[in-house]
Design a protein around this ligand. Structure first.
Ligand SMILES: Cc1ncc(COP(=O)(O)O)c(C=O)c1O
Length: 384
């Protein structure tokens, strides 16, 4: 199901931030980064130490620096994990729906992917328990903060229940926190957010108890997408195994990028917390705009919940309208979006759903793009 958007200029299909909101890195860094030997496969030590202290300060978690592995982003974190953990035919449990790129990666690895459906609180416990009982899963993959595509943020209770179940049944949880810093409630600072919505990793006790959760984090959506840097935090033994896989792929993620990113983060002219606050405010404005655009009569009959953060709105189309037909009609008009089916484990699902990204397109593009999609919707609804 690939469509090319040759003539169009607006896409609401991506998983990207707005590049224009990001710092001009050269303004905050120096060019005297010395020629260097390759870093260790774990990555540039000062950046790992920075993450360690950041986690303690803002996320209330103590980790050993040796539990941190730098990657090119969460996708590479998953890639390394699957190389260590997943052989052809192995079962993995996946919060459903989820990110198309993560599904693609697991499919390429030959995994048997079992969907665990979710409601507004998180994955459904009874479904999780059933599949833990009937399969021997290698791990459970979840995105508790602003799941791609639904935007759901799990309740504290569900987080604790899922962790408890997986602990009792010795199932590793892979917690992908790609969108965790992109919450829109301005009353919350990072400390109050991570207290109200603690990561599963934190609930698991981090370094002190821990071991049940592997945490994937990324700067790619928040600070410097072009430097492609993320990190993995987990049990030392697992980190060592993943690290050993690095040379089989790209040897290591870019040491130069890691150094530049570190310079940016510690620069006196760049405050990364203020920067993320600015990004959050702008995305919230775009979400409000989307709310108005979706209030137009043509969208009557569509169902969706507005997310409290993240990058997407997950929409169930008005009755009888199929997402693939809508996309075919939208592309010649000059706009595209992500088909719901691409986010679902079972490809037959999601045919009546679409995912709209509201962070990459600028405000004017959202207005124009939604106008075009609305025209396409009305062509179908006029016919029926
Ligand atoms: C849930 C999820 N995980 C991972 C990724 C990839 O993250 P990164 O850009 O850090 O590789 C995405 C989207 O880009 C995503 O939605």
């Amino acid at each position: 199901m690939k469509y090319s958007l040759q003539d169009s200029s607006i896409t609401l299909a991506e998983e990207l931030p707005d590049q224009d909101l990001f710092p001009l890195i050269a303004e905050h860094t120096t060019d005297d980064i010395l020629p260097m030997q390759n870093e260790s496969s774990e990555g540039y030590m000062p950046l790992r130490a920075w993450l360690q202290s950041e986690w303690q300060q803002y996320k209330g978690i103590e980790v050993d620096v040796n539990q941190i592995l730098l990657t090119t982003g969460n996708e590479q974190g998953m890639e390394l994990l699957t190389r260590v953990y997943v052989d052809q035919g192995d079962t993995v449990l996946v919060e459903n729906p989820t990110s198309p790129s993560i599904l693609e990666l697991l499919r390429m690895r030959g995994a048997t992917i079992i969907p665990i459906d979710a409601d507004a609180q998180g994955v459904l416990l009874h479904a999780l328990e059933e599949f833990i009982n009937t399969t021997s899963p290698k791990f459970l993959f979840v995105t508790p903060n602003f799941t791609n595509p639904t935007g759901v943020i799990w309740s504290l209770e569900r987080r604790a229940q899922v962790l408890d179940l997986c602990r009792r049944r010795h199932v590793l949880i892979v917690e992908d926190d790609t969108y965790g810093d992109l919450y829109f409630d301005e009353a919350m600072d990072p400390v109050s957010f991570s207290t109200r919505y603690p990561s599963l990793f934190r609930l698991d006790g981090g370094q002190k108890v821990g071991g049940q959760v592997l945490y994937l984090g990324s700067f790619n959506k928040t600070v410097a997408p072009e430097l492609r840097t993320g990190w993995v935090i987990g049990k030392r033994k697992l980190i060592e195994l993943m690290c050993a896989e690095m040379p089989l792929g790209d040897c290591q993620s870019s040491a130069l990028n890691q150094r530049i990113l570190y310079q940016l983060l510690v620069s006196t002219t760049f405050d990364w917390r203020n920067h993320i606050a600015l990004v959050r405010r702008e995305y919230n404005i775009r979400l409000e705009l989307m709310k108005k655009l979706l209030n137009q009569p043509v969208w009557r009959g569509a169902r969706y919940d507005l997310p409290l953060g993240g990058m997407f709105i997950w929409i169930q189309l008005p009755e009888g309208l199929r997402s693939e037909a809508l996309l075919k009609c939208s592309i010649p008009k000059g706009v595209d979006f992500c088909l719901g089916a691409l986010c679902c484990v079972d490809k037959g699902d999601g045919f009546d759903r679409i995912r709209l990204n509201f962070t990459q397109p600028r405000r004017g593009e959202l207005i124009q793009g939604m106008q075009l999609i609305s025209e396409a919707v009305s062509e179908f609804t006029a016919r029926s």
